[in-house]
Design a protein around this ligand. Structure first.
Ligand code: PMP
Length: 394
């Protein structure tokens, strides 16, 4: 049987990580994989997470199954964190999932059940797992323009023109904040125009929000998602806790389905629980319990918010430092987009050859599409990167 398998292409980011590990240079810089790193290159366990885990370890008396949708308290806490009061709870079905990836997978499975002929529209570019899962599920897929290679901002005219091609019932995937891989984001005014277009076309939004708190703040980063949630009868929202709680390996995420009314919510809730059952039965609990403990305890929550704020401000300071350094070296404003981008990533906007040149000559590792993980920098490596960018003639 196994002889029938065909080799799959290697994951580019994982291959890059392996190459970085093998590189003997001591001044190498890793801007590859999408994991937050502090100034010393560590991905710390957040203080509030440690404390919540300590409490859970001390207090937990059972490891019996939770529900198929996960612990309802997690659903409530996450709905409040992501959606606040933008939609009444009576309209929101929710299931815990293994990470944001699990939420996206379940969202797509739900779409496949409810609207098998729908085309799922993705930004070009987007997080590679989006097209990969859609392809795996055999669903229809289309792209809308997103990134302006010239300005390194959003190609809004291209985006709006491409969205003219959506048909009623199609699904449009939007990044809630901190677009991966570009770092370029729609303004709220532009998001309102996208919402109006989707409403006019009768499309259903699928929001992927994986970096709430990494851009402009917990509430600011959720504003677009909340506006979308309150503007349609049906919206799917896949949220990840991997980054903002730093619980990557615990696989903590949630899929929320905004329904038209309470009856439709009940139907969606039942279907989501069914999908969990078919795919892995009960979702992981530890990370979800940590998140719930933090969000429902005022002291832990305040500490988590403070540490997240430090994380966010650290990335913003690195962005500004890099933009300033490049301004000084090039005597131009053309790298200002680095300070305007939000989230963990920025797409530098250069060729795979230049990316390879940065790796070979300067030991700077970024993904081939020139996506840089800003959190991979620190105050000392920013000038090294800036000089390498200039030396490479980017
Ligand atoms: N969506 C996007 C855009 C992401 O970048 C990520 C993380 N790389 C995810 C979803 C999901 O991450 P996880 O499954 O680790 O929670």
């Amino acid at each position: 049987m196994l002889e029938n398998l065909t080799a799959l292409p290697a994951d580019k980011i994982l291959a890059l990580m392996a190459k970085y590990k093998e590189d003997p240079r001591t001044d190498k810089v890793d801007l590859g994989v999408g994991v937050y790193k502090d100034a010393s290159g560590n991905t710390p366990v957040m203080r509030a997470v440690k404390e919540a885990e300590r409490r859970i370890l001390a207090d937990q008396t059972s490891k019996a199954y939770t529900g198929l949708a996960g612990d309802p308290a997690f659903g409530t806490a996450m709905r409040e964190l992501v959606l606040a009061d933008s939609v009444p709870a009576e309209r929101v079905a929710a299931v815990a999932t293994p990470g944001g990836t699990g939420a996206i997978r379940q969202a797509l499975e739900l779409i496949k059940m409810a609207a098998p002929d729908a085309t799922v529209w993705l930004s070009n570019p987007t997080w590679p797992n989006h097209p990969s899962i859609i392809k795996y599920l055999g669903m229809k897929m289309a792209e809308y323009r997103y990134f302006d290679e010239e300005t390194r901002g959003v190609d809004f005219d291209g985006l709006m023109a491409d969205l003219d091609g959506i048909a009623a019932g199609d699904v449009v995937l939007l990044h809630g904040c901190c677009h991966n891989p570009t770092g370029a984001n729609l303004t709220l005014d532009q998001m309102d125009q996208v919402i109006a277009k989707l409403q006019a076309k009768g499309a259903v939004p699928l929001v992927d929000i994986a970096y709430q708190g990494f851009g402009d703040g917990l509430d600011a980063d959720a504003v677009a998602t909340r506006r979308i949630a309150s503007s349609f009868d049906n919206v799917l929202i896949a949220a990840s806790c991997s980054k903002n709680f730093g619980v990557y390996r615990e696989r903590t995420g949630i899929l929320m389905a905004v329904a038209k009314d309470a009856d439709q919510k009940a139907l969606a809730q039942q279907t989501l629980a069914y999908l969990n059952r078919q795919n892995y039965s009960f979702p992981p609990d530890h990370g979800a319990r940590v998140v719930t403990t933090i969000l429902t305890d005022p002291e832990l929550r305040a500490d988590w918010e403070a540490e997240l704020e430090e994380t966010r401000n650290g990335m913003l300071a690195l962005r500004q430092q890099l933009a300033d350094e490049l301004k000084r070296l090039t005597n131009s404003d053309r790298f200002n987009f680095l300070a305007d981008h939000r989230g963990m990533f920025s797409r530098l906007g250069t060729s795979p050859e230049k990316v390879e040149q940065l790796r070979a000559e300067h030991g700077i590792y970024m993904v081939g599409d020139s996506r840089m993980n800003i959190a991979g920098l620190n105050a000392k490596t920013v000038p090294i990167l800036a000089k390498a960018i200039v030396d490479a003639g980017i």
